[in-house]
Every structure is written in structure tokens, then in C-alpha cells.
Design a protein around this ligand. Sequence first.
Ligand SMILES: Cc1cc2nc3c(=O)[nH]c(=O)nc-3n(C[C@H](O)[C@H](O)[C@H](O)COP(=O)(O)OP(=O)(O)OC[C@H]3O[C@@H](n4cnc5c(N)ncnc54)[C@H](O)[C@@H]3O)c2cc1C
Ligand code: FES
Length: 272
Amino acid sequence: MNRILTKRTLTQNVKLFEVEAPLIARKAKPGHFVILRFHEKGERIPITLAGSGPKRGTITIVFAEVGKSSTQLGNLEEGDEILNLLGPLGNPFPLDNYGTILCIGGGVFIGALIYHMKALKEAGNKIVAVLGSRGKKHLFFVEEAKEVADELYVTTDDGSAGLEGLVFLEDLLKERSFDHVFTIGPTSLQKEVSEMTRPHGIRTTVNLFPIMVDGMGMCGACRVTVGGETKFACVDGPDFDGHEVDFDELISRMRVYNPQEKIAMILYQRVV
Ligand SMILES: Cc1cc2nc3c(=O)[nH]c(=O)nc-3n(C[C@H](O)[C@H](O)[C@H](O)COP(=O)(O)OP(=O)(O)OC[C@H]3O[C@@H](n4cnc5c(N)ncnc54)[C@H](O)[C@@H]3O)c2cc1C
Ligand code: FES
């Protein structure tokens, strides 16, 4: 069970796995995530679904090697098995025919963005998509996005591909009319997009990924403040109204284990 059928390297540190998981594939929808552990003493790693194939009995995940566990995960090969795979977790994205929807995805979450966009397209939406990354060598799935989006913008922090930064979004929001905005990616990007759409009053759905442990509403690790109330992203989300999220608190909570994570990576690099 949970055999890796396909492994692709999308950028230097971003990998795609297609994993055999028929029970999850049958129920999976965009917005869901899984929590996996690949050995007995392994950390629990939450990852958003980037696709599912109910007929083939597979799910697709796209992940970045950012620390010890994700780097170890990226070392697995086709044919290897993932010890535990729990899911689908969380709530699916609130799918609807909104009209014209602006979909903004950044970094490794571009994988999940395409999965969302395909579902939104099937629901009848017109999609204006923005793919953001640090630079050209970190970009992937541009062709896949072109196939789904009615209009596509690429932006990089350093201007090495497409437009530079997010400034153009200000103009886009002023000049055009959008019925809904969806954003997924680094929390700082989601915060910035929410601030940009707030004055225009465009409902903005964000997809949060705070630190999670059990993923089932019991540990409280993933709590976020939304509209002044405490919510658990794993069971109440991970999608929320971006105008209601306390992003500053979320960002500071996501950094809590940074020192331990750095030490774990240094020790791991010494061993391998
Ligand atoms: C709902 C959800 C969906 C996610 N989807 C994706 C995805 O599709 N692709 C992807 O690359 N990453 C995703 N992540 C983040 C991913 O889980 C972390 O990058 C991974 O756990 C890092 O582990 P590490 O040991 O390699 O790195 P570490 O060095 O331990 O951590 C690096 C950074 O990853 C984050 N992180 C670490 N542990 C966790 C944890 N248990 N829960 C959440 N964040 C953590 C922290 O921000 C940390 O600073 C998701 C997280 C959540 C909560
Ligand atoms: S991860 Fe434990 S309550 Fe959400």
C-alpha cells in the first residue's frame, strides 16, 4: 500500500509523487490534505493534495525539501512505500460557479493551485491565474496552468521570468472586476493578496497551513484566529476568509520551532 508509482523532480528542491492510495483517491477533492509518515520514528508531514485519480487509485502530492523530514521524503524512489498516509483531511475548497475568479498561487503550492483551478474551471468559472515564485528556476507547471487558465500571468520576486513582484496586481484589481479571489502559497503572499483585495471588497479565500500535528482537531497546534475567534485549521479549514485571518499571529506561530528545525537539519546533514 502507499507505493510511489511516479516520482518527478519539478525544480531543484520540489518533487512530485504519484502515490497508490485508492481509498483516499475515491474521496479526495481540491483543498484536502494528507498527513504522512514514511518510517516508524518519522515526523508527521502534512501535504496538500495536488491531484487525485480515482480510477487509477492514486493521489498526487508536490512538496519542497525545506528541512530534515521533507528532504528524507524526497530521497524515496519509485517503488518505495510510504508507511502511513492519512486522509483526505480538512474540508474541500468551497467550489462554486463564482463567475470570474482570480487564482493566485506561489512557490511549491502551484501544484495544488492547478488542482483547484481544474475543479473551478469544470464548475464553469472563468479563470485569471497568477503563478508566483522566487525566480525562474523555481517555477514549474507553467504549461499546465496555460491549459486551464483563460488568462495567465507569471511573476517572480527577482524578475527573472514574467513580471517582477506583485505590484501589477494592484492595477489588475483596479482595472478589472473579479467575483472571487483564491490564493494558496507562502503565508506572506496570502497576507499581501488579502490586503490588496480588501479595499475592493472582493471575497478572498486563503488556504492556511499552520503547524499541524494530529490533523484531526485534537492537539490544538494549528489554531488560528479568524474573525476574532479561535479556529483549528485542520478541521475548520484549511480555507478561510482572508480578510478575517490574523496573519501576524499565524506567521509568528509558524516560526516557533525554527531553532529546533535548524538543528535537526544540521545534525541530519552531518550524518548523510
Ligand atoms: C495543511 C498543510 C498543507 C501543506 N501542504 C504542503 C504542500 O503541499 N507542499 C509542501 O511542500 N509543504 C506543505 N506543507 C508544509 C509541510 O508540511 C512542511 O514543509 C514540512 O512538514 C516540513 O518538514 P521538515 O522537517 O522537512 O522541515 P522543518 O525544518 O521541520 O520545517 C520547515 C518549515 O516547515 C513548516 N513545518 C514544519 N513542520 C510542520 C508541520 N508539522 N506542519 C506544518 N508545517 C510544518 C514550518 O513552517 C517550518 O518552518 C503543508 C503544511 C500543512 C499544515
Ligand atoms: S493539527 Fe491538531 S488540532 Fe489541528
